[in-house]
Design a protein around this ligand. Structure first.
Ligand SMILES: NC(=O)c1ccc[n+]([C@@H]2O[C@H](COP(=O)([O-])OP(=O)(O)OC[C@H]3O[C@@H](n4cnc5c(N)ncnc54)[C@H](OP(=O)(O)O)[C@@H]3O)[C@@H](O)[C@H]2O)c1
Length: 287
């Protein structure tokens, strides 16, 4: 698809990959609808983009009904003016690097909601929003194809997103909408905590810049390629894990002590759990 003058919805626009994707898409002449929760960050982003006047922002928590309703209203408002979306990119995502036994039910629900249920619901809504031909691009992960310690629920969510994208693409065959799945490997963004960065360094795992991922995302949309796995040797490991999972299990077993060391370095985890556990600890002190 030629992206010039196309209207594109991008979720997770203020994140490491989202900001670069917004920049690269705007450079291709796209008109963006940028969504994230933090309004200040989206406005700061839009001010840095080429042709800021043609882009629109929306602050919404997409894991909530209210957030998705606000997004629907914005898109319907455009439709009443004869403007239709050509591309929907489900990029918002989150994870926590922790043992499953340490995770709260709330954080597991949020992670599965944002990484799996939300893109499914937005893809369904996109069928009403998109002009034909239209594209849906779901951002997954290498971990959608390789189960990895510390990322159990994230792996489950991204694996689900991969199968969902494949199934919907087949369901919509001939209907004018292609559904694409992009699977980055580790990328230098705030998604990865200090413990994850330390683990990647110790294990020699490569990490891509967000610019590399954004460029791949743009190329995928231009070529309408159904699936793209990023990084070498990660894309080979994805294949090996499919055919010979015990080989990958053996390789991970050799790294187990490093992985467990890094996992135990993050007793408070990442994002919400930090606040939750901190407030629990201070509450316990008061008992
Ligand atoms: N970084 C990596 O190593 C890596 C590797 C493979 C795949 N990926 C995938 O790539 C995508 C982007 O990751 P990233 O590294 O750019 O992450 P990031 O820097 O943490 O950014 C996450 C984005 O999602 C938004 N977001 C989070 N919760 C939201 C919610 N409830 N409603 C709406 N927006 C929400 C955040 O904005 P607000 O907080 O303002 O809402 C932010 O814009 C994700 O799907 C991730 O799983 C990342």
């Amino acid at each position: 698809m030629d992206l010039n003058n196309k209207r594109i919805l991008l979720t997770g626009a203020t994140g490491g990959i989202g900001q670069q994707a917004a920049q690269s898409l705007a450079e291709q002449g796209a008109r963006l609808l940028l969504v994230a929760r933090n309004q200040q960050k989206i406005e700061a982003l839009i001010a840095r983009l080429p042709n800021p006047d043609v882009h629109t922002t929306l602050s919404a928590d997409l894991t909530t009904r209210a957030g998705r309703c606000a997004l629907n209203q914005q898109v319907e408002h455009w439709q009443q003016q004869g403007k239709r979306l050509s591309v929907v990119i489900n990029n918002a995502g989150s994870n926590q690097f922790q043992f499953l036994s340490q995770r709260s039910h709330d954080t597991l629900e949020t992670e599965l909601n944002l990484n799996l249920l939300t893109p499914i619901l937005l893809s369904q809504m996109a069928m009403q929003w998109l002009e034909r031909p239209g594209l849906i691009l779901n951002v997954g992960s290498t971990f959608g194809a390789i189960g990895y310690p510390g990322y159990t629920s994230y792996c489950a969510a991204k694996a689900g997103l991969h199968r969902f994208s494949e199934a919907l693409n087949r369901e919509l065959d001939g209907a004018g909408i292609n559904v694409l799945y992009l699977a980055p490997r580790a990328t230098d963004t705030d998604l990865n905590s200090a413990a994850v960065q330390a683990m990647n360094k110790k294990l020699g795992n490569h990490s891509d810049s967000p610019q590399v991922v954004a460029q791949q995302l743009v190329e995928m949309l231009q070529h309408e390629q159904a699936t793209r796995w990023l990084g070498w040797p990660e894309k080979l490991l994805v294949k090996i894990n499919q055919w010979f999972p015990s080989l990958v299990s053996n390789a991970i077993r050799k790294h187990q002590s490093v992985i467990h060391d890094c996992l135990t370095q993050t007793p408070l985890g990442h994002h919400h759990d930090v606040k939750l556990n901190a407030s629990l600890t201070s509450a316990e002190k008061h008992l």
